[in-house]
Design a protein. Structure first.
Length: 197
């Protein structure tokens, strides 16, 4: 079975990781080419390498590789694949909290909140907030810098909530605000404010 045939056989089984299937198919194809060109090569050695790759790519539950003559052959167990596919997209959260302390829904919600925290850290390092390594030596100045950045993040959160109905991101809104400017014009001792947009 050539690389393309192996790929076709693997891809017809649902939503598999294409990269893993390609690596696996190419590895089988490479071993078969080597075995074909080297009659003295030991097929069991090649088979061990392929089976190890199958374990690493987590395909070994439903994909079996066998040695037939001087070639590695792929076998797919459809029932095992169907059973394994039932767990696609599932995950387990384990907590050391007592059941009285937090319900499973609360634990799941707190886990999902981690994405908000990760987003906050990403935002703090973007152009808007620029929390980057700065050269301060005193701990109080470092804390001050982080405090200012966290306050800026809180303002950005508030802007996102308030501008939600405008169908505008915070970045777009800040960009629009940055185009506003005001000029102070003084003529014969009289001052007048003028805004440009």
């Amino acid at each position: 079975m050539c690389c393309g045939a192996i790929l076709c056989a693997l891809k017809k089984y649902g939503n598999l990781d294409r990269t893993n299937c390609c690596h696996y198919a190419k590895a089988i194809d490479k071993e078969n080419e080597y075995l074909k060109g080297h009659k003295q090569a030991k097929i069991q050695t090649a088979l061990k390498r392929i089976q190890a790759k199958s374990l690493r790519l987590k395909l070994s539950g439903w994909v079996t590789t066998l040695a037939e003559e001087q070639q590695i052959v792929l076998r797919i167990d459809e029932s095992a694949f169907t059973e394994e596919a039932k767990l696609d997209g599932c995950y387990v959260l384990k907590s050391d909290l007592a059941e009285q302390s937090a319900t499973k829904e609360t634990i799941h919600d707190r886990y999902k909140d981690l994405t908000l925290v990760e987003s906050a850290f990403r935002s703090s390092k973007t152009v808007n907030l620029e929390l980057r390594p700065i050269h301060v030596r005193l701990a109080s100045r470092t804390r001050g810098h982080v405090f200012v950045v966290m306050m800026a993040y809180r303002i950005i959160q508030e802007l996102a909530v308030r501008w939600q109905h405008l169908d505008m991101t915070v970045e777009e809104g800040i960009g629009e605000l940055s185009t506003l400017c005001a000029n102070e014009v003084s003529f014969n001792g009289k001052e007048k404010m003028q805004s440009d947009t």
